[in-house]
Design a protein around this ligand. Sequence first.
Ligand code: PLP
Length: 488
Amino acid sequence: MTDTLAPGTAADVATTASRAFRDALEVIESVEPRIAAATRAELTDQRASLKLIASENYASPAVLLTMGSWFSDKYAEGTVGHRFYAGCQNVDTVEALAAEHARELFGAEYAYAQPHSGIDANLVAFWSILAHRVEAPELAEHGVKNVNDLSEDHWEVLRKKFGEQRMLGMSLDAGGHLTHGFRPNISGKMFHQRSYGTDPETQLLDYDEVARVAREFKPLVLIAGYSAYPRRVNFAKMAEIAAEVGATFMVDMAHFAGLVAGKVFTGDEDPVPHADLVTTTTHKSLRGPRGGLVLSKEAYAADVDRGCPMVLGGPLAHVMAAKAVALAEARTAEFRAYAQRVADNAQTLAEGLQRRGVKLVTGGTDNHLVLLDVSGFGLTGRQGESALLDAGIVTNRNAVPNDPNGAWYTSGVRIGTPALTTRGFGAAEFDTVAELIVNVLKQTTPTTTASGAPGKAKYTLAPGVAEATKAAAAELLDANPLYPGLEL
Ligand code: PLP
């Protein structure tokens, strides 16, 4: 059964939404018909694909429609009630409401609704930690209130101190994210980084090892959170480690915020009571518009509020409005039921894959994603991803711990349940999905190189498999339509 508030809405809401989208597309068509056509085509494609990308979802018509307004035209740098622009009273209403919903939903002391994305939310958090832990003590030492009042010599000392700070986060191949101190992201240039991996046998997070590295490295920031780790994390334990070494504890819950909001992760598995700062995206399991949020303890609030213009451009008021709508949805019993189904479906998917002989990283899942090790099929992650896509199954390749194929070709395929659960998929459908995936992987053969060894990119899919898989997937998709009743 599809949710009532999310894409599958009551019939009258679907009719109204159909009219709204149809009218909007007509207006767009009168100016640039190719954009209207591409927008229509995107809905057709999304409706027809088995979307298993763990970081994607389908926002409700209410969330999508909220973004198409004149709030987009308003500049509002600053914070609620303290703007650098005149006429921000309605933006104030929107931002205050988004923050209030976020605080109440997550039980956070402070919420900042401005970040444009997850990366931006992390940047705000990193600068807040530097401001709180490095800049503020330096200003206090020199008896000045504002960084602009530091002498050039003292400013030079402060700049040097910024560059000396350390961050400890999860390694990329264990499931960490680029923004947790890795070179391709600015965080890897702002901080000296060390990472913690997972146990070589169990592939589970080894808290003793995290503590050992933390004691040795003494980071300013201990960061937890992941993009591809299929397990829950004990944030109470991580907070203890951070406290022992004097680190600020930050959690990036971009992936699993929906499970926190939906009260699937509670107690030690809920990061909000345990971390100094928590960042998230709003568009993955949380099912809102593309965007980010920072939640923090009160002690960090003033520093977080400096996000714009420190590292963010002017707030996107139309997206903050959509965040408020999505957070209001996430506070309902329907959303809690949805979040539980996301986790239950991941279990079913994992069991269905394992029963059919697939090796899963960590031997299973207890969150919203599974990570298949496709090396048992003689494939790289890239070949697995491409063959599945040929058969209409949209996933993405991902490194597995100590991946012999590196971060580009990889040995893993990451699969998540949030999007198809929104469409209404349950246990039976996810078991069929497991069967389809295994069938495609079994019938994919890597193309050999000139020396006769299996290559890393090319492959052949046995004749007829793509067509048969697409036909089977279409049955599932037709029975669980995306935006039922929405007609353009
Ligand atoms: N943090 C984590 C853990 C993520 O998985 C992602 C996105 O994949 C991000 C941050 C970045 O989010 P965004 O793409 O919105 O910047």
